[in-house]
Design a protein around this ligand. Structure first.
Ligand code: ATP
Ligand code: MN
Length: 465
């Protein structure tokens, strides 16, 4: 049999035939038994479940059997039989066993179960071998697929916006510079400033904080596009919800107004959560059992309830009347902090909340200005345990209003001429939002720290792997 055609443990558990021979390849999770019989649990990552392999020890080479320890990689050929033992209904009675790679029990870091999440972060190269991380990696995969499927099925085109960007309009001060200049003695201008004309691109460039501005260019041609790529923020946010490198989904739609944008945000989130409930139930059940007893209830709750839609001014009134002691002050004109967002979602409305029409002074320059002169058509979606999961808006399509705002905020137009031109030629109402992929994975898995839902987290002072 070709390796590519070999059934994986998931396939055998789902549809294996009793009495038939199978070959398993994977990693040993546990071994127990004595010098007559050994029970070896093998996992190949295809499912959270292990396959139990039974060895009649005297039939095998003793040295080889001794090498079957937690973490070792093995190939086993044997017959699928009904299991007498507790905990599984079928097992493999081994005929041939080969150890590809032993894992010394004295030094293998995952010899024992029950490590702290902090310790596992220090061994990010091995943590995919744990039940928790393999479940999370599978969920990340299925969620990515669900997202592409959703947008494809709804007439959106996947657009690849640049990762290296020449405009710093959005992320002033929060960007990672991309440069090939010598950091010790960079070329200087006459004014003794770094001469970026001598840099690789002939100008200052950075890693992108968002694909939105370029996404808008696509939407104003293809009507509906989305991006799904990595974004980078050099903000010193040491919180359980911030990464310096994270993935973002950014749909952008021509002819959508703020209400259409809200409908898309709600419908897509429900779809994504529903897809994972339908396709990753055994992983979710494992995570519920180990970490979060209310996980499945919370996911189903999101599917079954309409999100509450309120305007910012109303949200502030509720918070002011709440009688709660918050760490950060509440007041019209101040941005909502995570504690405020979570109060609205978890205590007041007890369901996801969409807040719109924020003060224009706390939101980005490109958001459409309301007629009241002091609010903009911003939209944030707030989720239980997470706070903000989506941030978006209807975009300002009016050339004069947009360029006036850019001037007020003293954003250098030399970097934005191309963006402004879309408002000069065939401008149209349009909207979009950014969904933080890891924030959604955090919500769906019930984990409590965003560093534990991405394979290799990048955070301040941390880029080891
Ligand atoms: P926050 O206020 O939580 O820092 P933000 O307002 O800076 O977020 P946006 O610029 O609106 O975030 O980005 C859109 C979405 O990207 C957010 O709603 C969130 O889901 C996600 N996101 C933003 N910053 C981060 C980060 N540092 N790490 C992970 N996800 C993030
Ligand atoms: Mn935001």
């Amino acid at each position: 049999m070709k390796e590519a055609d070999r059934p994986k443990i998931k396939d055998i558990l789902d549809a294996g035939e009793i009495g038939k021979d199978y070959q398993l390849k994977g990693w040993v999770r546990t071994k127990r038994g004595n010098n007559k019989i050994a029970f070896v649990a093998i996992n190949d990552g295809s499912t959270i479940h292990n396959m139990q392999v039974v060895l009649d020890v005297p039939n095998f080479d003793e040295e080889m059997v001794n090498q079957i320890t937690t973490g070792a990689s093995v190939a086993v050929t044997g017959t699928l039989v009904e299991s007498m033992g507790k905990g599984q209904t079928i097992e493999i009675q081994a005929k041939e066993v080969e150890v590809y790679g032993p894992a010394d029990p004295e030094t293998y870091p995952l010899q024992k179960k029950g490590h702290s999440m902090e310790f596992l972060r220090e061994i990010a190269h091995l943590r995919p071998r744990t039940n928790t991380f393999s479940a999370i990696l599978r969920i990340r995969h299925h969620l990515s697929y669900a997202i592409h499927k959703y947008y494809n099925d709804n007439g959106f085109f996947y657009m690849h916006t640049p990762i290296i960007t020449g405009s710093d309009a959005e992320g002033a001060g929060e960007m990672f510079r991309v440069s090939t200049l010598d950091p010790v003695s960079p070329p200087l201008t006459k004014a003794k400033e770094v001469d970026f004309q001598k840099d690789f691109f002939g100008k200052e460039t950075n890693l992108t904080v968002s694909g939105q501005l370029e996404g808008e260019l696509g939407a104003l041609a293809l009507s509906k596009i989305y991006t799904f790529g990595p974004t980078f923020r050099a903000e010193n946010s040491n919180t359980p919800r911030h990464l310096a490198e994270f993935w973002m989904i950014e749909p952008e739609m021509a002819f959508y107004e703020i209400e259409d944008n809200m409908d898309l945000a709600e419908d897509s989130l429900k779809h994504h959560v529903g897809y994972i409930l339908d396709n990753c139930l055994s992983d979710l059940e494992f995570l519920q059992k180990m970490y979060d007893k209310e996980l499945l209830d919370r996911l189903n709750f999101v599917l079954e309830h309409d999100f509450k839609r309120i305007v910012y001014t109303e949200a502030v009134e509720i918070l002011e009347k709440s009688g709660q002691k918050f760490e950060f002050p509440v007041g019209w004109g101040k941005d909502l902090q995570s504690e405020h967002e979570r109060y609205l979602v978890e205590k007041h409305f007890k369901k996801p909340v969409i807040i719109t029409d924020y003060p224009r002074d706390i939101k980005a320059f490109y958001m459409k200005q309301n007629d009241d002169g002091n609010t903009v058509r911003a939209l944030d979606v707030l989720f239980p345990r997470i706070g903000e999961i989506i941030g978006g808006s209807q975009r300002e399509e009016n050339y004069d209003k947009l360029s006036q705002r850019i001037e007020e905020l003293k954003i250098p137009t030399k970097d934005l001429w191309w963006y402004l031109e879309t408002r000069k030629f065939g401008t149209a109402p349009h909207s979009g939002f950014g969904l933080g992929f890891e924030r959604l994975v955090l919500f769906i898995t019930g984990m409590s720290n965003i560093r534990d839902v991405i394979p290799f987290p990048r955070t301040p002072k941390n880029a080891e792997f």
